[in-house]
Design a binder for this molecule. Sequence first.
Ligand SMILES: Nc1ncnc2c1ncn2[C@@H]1O[C@H](COP(=O)(O)OP(=O)(O)O)[C@@H](O)[C@H]1O
Ligand SMILES: [Mg+2]
Length: 256
Amino acid sequence: MTESSNTLTLGYDLEYWKNFGIKKEINVDISPRTNSHILLSGMSGSGKSFAEFGLLTKLILADPSGEYYFADYKADDMFECLRGTPRYRSFKQTTELLEIVHNRLNDRMSGKDKTRHPITFIWDEYMANILALMNEDKTRAKKVMNDVSEILLMGRSKSIRLVCSCQRPDAVAFPVGSRLNYGIVIILGVGKSIYEMLMPDHLEQIKKKEFNRGEGAVLLQSADLHFIKIGQVNDMERIKEICIEALSKPIDGGEA
Ligand SMILES: Nc1ncnc2c1ncn2[C@@H]1O[C@H](COP(=O)(O)OP(=O)(O)O)[C@@H](O)[C@H]1O
Ligand SMILES: [Mg+2]
């Protein structure tokens, strides 16, 4: 058995970083009882994909016995090293992963699957993916959103977590109330309308701040606001190695 941790470091406290040069971690509880679905938003170039790469790595390190799936709608160059691994899909294939994860949820709900190791599904550029699906096939897009909603609503009790990134989480791809199902909401960079959309009760505090790439705000459990700095990575090769290994596991097998 590998040891697992229930704490995830999202990044560093921006104020401490800027004012004192101190790296004070912003840690969140990722134990199954806590809502640890993550919504990551921000304009293009704000550092979402980079942050996601780091989050995936930290989640894997927190629980190497977990299952990790990565959907990269835009086939970002940053994730090129993951291409070809069985648990990574891009462009038209992203929904195959959703189907796998949604089936896992059904199996855990029905009792067929009694395992409870964490299953994490990361979906980069979710909004763009949904909009494209809507243009292609509205019924299918609706089914996809429905499956996502079920993972958000019921995944927590079954240790299934969604990490979803998009530029702006518009209501079309986030049906009523579904944004509230993310226990961890991160916005990076500038983008007033995104802050208005996701953190309406904290605008007074937010508007006094300036955010560069990889900096922004995080709202925990709809209540607890922090300003965050994602920070640079010293060893990108190591990050790639960890992610490639986790995503290389075959779809059926290798799990506890
Ligand atoms: N925290 C960071 N530290 C250093 N470089 C970063 C950071 N975040 C992003 N970058 C760099 O900025 C560029 C854009 O970031 P990216 O994550 O692709 O943005 P987005 O996904 O929001 O469009 C990338 O080349 C990335 O390497
Ligand atoms: Mg990106």
